[in-house]
Design a protein around this ligand. Structure first.
Ligand SMILES: [Zn+2]
Length: 497
């Protein structure tokens, strides 16, 4: 049991939880955003990150601090909290990023963890090997061995109350990610960053990112807090939280600001091209696009960075509320519409529907079917599993139209795409209270037909008849031959409902 992390609410594989950080004496609500603070360039003062933006935790790079004589002397004298002016929790990175960029760093896991502890870090990081996405399998495996050694070294270092990260690598190989997750979870380390996904996100490979994270999650335990390392664009928070990520860090707010890039929840705009600011944060409320463009140098960067932070923290609050309300997947769906690559990410998420279903809460507010992708949500998978366990009477009518006024069936069940059939007694239970469009799409019909098939297959001795509203051949082809069908679409609408 990992006592530092407690889950308070679930939706899909997403959760709202509490990470206790003993050395800082604080409890951080997750999912949490850690602004990346470059100790050399404080674009926004860390004290303001806490007071004005609500940051409970930030991340800075201990390798940069250790390699700079002035910063190192100050950190050793004052400690990171005083040096940065931040009372919340501070996570420190180890230089693995520099290792990935420059191929070599001059520090061992033991040295960097001892340094992190000495300067007052609350969550330290060993030196792991971030294997890039398109590395060959042999290299990915060899790197994973090295990372496993780093984790063993980290576990052997006396770190006191400091929590320690156990990075999960494995590139784009799902079995390696899963193995890495299992190895990390088997240590007594505390927080689990999924590493080296930044190149995937930079290349808009959200589907590959989803597969890598889903694989890592299969190896990790449910009580492992998971950090999606380097993920700071608000566009993908809902997607990543739905996969079960709990911590995010953003360098994007500052790096994008430097380039005049303006973050929104559906993508990135260039300030140079904006005639209006589609945001009501204090910066956008008080400035016109021309005002922002007229600002110079550091002031320009700071203003834009503050907008970027506002929109980022706002989205994280929205995601947390969605987990509490049970409509996180509706939010994922909305965000997916911002970019075709996000649609790929959403579709990849639904490939893992059964995995999400295991963590999902069985009862939520209301299911909104918003697109043909909704037919692949975990709630539909779960209903189909349940249909395979229900027993039916000898003669059953499954009908989209309700019961005929005169019939000889033993029972009449409702049929609602994308779920399929269910006894009337379940009509008021989640997710069958779903709001669905009247203009049913082909994917919902197909999913409903698969539900009828699951029910009929489980009850071979029953005679099952399906009365449907003009379903296409593609759906009807999924029914076993034993199911009789009636197309009632020409007969007017839903009497009996
Ligand atoms: Zn704004």
């Amino acid at each position: 049991m990992r006592e530092q992390f407690e889950v308070r609410a679930h939706d899909a594989a997403g959760r709202v939880g509490e990470l206790t950080v003993p050395r800082a004496g604080v409890t951080v609500e997750t999912p949490a955003l850690l602004p990346v603070v470059n100790p050399n360039i404080l674009t926004v003062e860390p004290s303001r990150l806490a007071e004005e933006f609500g940051a409970e935790i930030l991340i800075t790079n201990s390798y940069i601090v250790r390699n700079d004589d002035d910063l190192r002397a100050r950190a050793e004298r004052e400690g990171l909290h005083e040096m940065l002016g931040f009372d919340g929790a501070i996570m420190t990175d180890s230089g693995s990023f520099q290792l990935a960029e420059y191929g070599e760093i001059s520090v061992t896991t033991r040295e960097i963890l001892e340094f992190q502890r000495e300067v007052g870090s609350d969550i330290g990081t060993p030196v792991d090997i971030p294997t890039p996405p398109d590395a060959g399998r042999e290299r990915a495996e060899a790197d994973l061995e090295t990372t496993a050694e780093a984790l063993a070294d980290a576990a052997a270092v006396e770190t006191g109350e400091m929590l320690v990260n156990a990075p999960v690598q494995g590139s784009v190989y799902p079995d390696l990610r899963e193995r890495a997750g299992r190895q990390a979870a088997a240590t007594d380390l505390d927080v689990f960053p999924v590493g080296a996904v930044v190149p995937l996100m930079n290349a808009y490979r959200y589907d590959d990112m989803v597969d890598a994270v889903a694989a890592a999650k299969r190896g990790l335990d449910a009580d492992c807090p998971v950090h999606l390392f380097g993920a700071g664009h608000p566009m993908m928070f809902a997607l990543a939280v739905a996969l079960g990520c709990d911590l995010f860090d953003s360098a994007a707010y500052a790096i994008y600001a430097r380039d005049g890039r303006y973050l929104t929840v559906s993508g990135t705009e260039h300030l140079s091209e904006l005639e209006y600011l589609p945001c009501s944060c204090p910066i956008c409320h008080e400035h016109s696009p021309d005002d922002l463009r007229a600002a110079e140098g550091e002031e320009f960067e700071r203003l834009l960075a503050e907008h970027n932070l506002h929109v980022t923290f706002e989205e994280m609050r929205r995601v947390k509320q969605a987990v509490r309300d049970g409509d996180l997947l509706e939010l994922v769906e909305k965000r997916a519409r911002g970019h075709p690559a996000m649609v790929d990410g959403y579709r990849a998420l639904l490939d893992h529907s059964a995995q999400l279903e295991r963590a999902d809460s069985a009862s939520k507010g209301a299911f909104f079917a918003l697109s043909h992708e909704s037919a692949r949500r975990p709630e539909v998978t779960r209903h189909h599993d349940r249909l395979g366990r229900l027993s039916t009477p000898d003669r059953l009518l499954c009908s989209e139209y309700g019961a005929p006024s005169d019939h000889e069936y033993d029972a009449v069940w409702r049929v609602v795409p994308p779920f399929g059939p269910f006894p009337r007694a379940l009509s008021e239970t989640y997710p069958l209270t779903a709001e669905t469009p009247d203009r049913t799409d082909a994917a919902a019909e197909r999913a409903a037909a698969e539900g009828v098939a699951a029910l009929a297959d489980a009850n071979p001795a029953s005679e099952v008849t399906l009365a449907h509203d003009g379903w296409g051949a593609d759906a009807l082809d999924r029914l076993p031959g034993s199911v009789a069908t009636e197309d009632l679409s020409g007969l007017g609408s839903g009497e009996g409902e």
